[in-house]
Design a protein around this ligand. Structure first.
Ligand SMILES: [Zn+2]
Length: 94
């Protein structure tokens, strides 16, 4: 029920290739709302790293768009506001 995927591009730190990855939307939203780190993985090299501030901002934009799409379904049920203000709360994420 909460398995709504969020797709967004990540750039591999090893080869610089951009790949589309898919994470559970709930997991990403939870991390952003709770100022937790988002662990990203690049499929081409299996490399994983914590999203930096810029990446979190980008992910936040994708999350925002997904929330608009799905407002009537799962996201609304989670009680997420997904307001742009949430994206300003990335200062605490190292
Ligand atoms: Zn790579």
């Amino acid at each position: 029920m909460n398995g709504v995927p969020l797709r967004f591009p990540v750039t591999c730190p090893k080869c610089g290739r951009e790949s589309l990855v898919e994470f559970p939307l709930v997991q990403i939203a939870d991390a952003i709302l709770n100022d937790r780190r988002i662990r990203l993985t690049a499929p081409c090299h299996g490399e994983s790293w914590n999203a930096n501030e810029i990446e979190v901002q980008q992910i936040c934009e994708y999350l925002d768009a997904a929330c608009l799409d799905r407002r009537k379904t799962s996201v609304a049920g989670l009680g997420l506001s997904c307001s742009p203000g949430d994206c300003d709360r990335t200062e605490g994420i190292a």
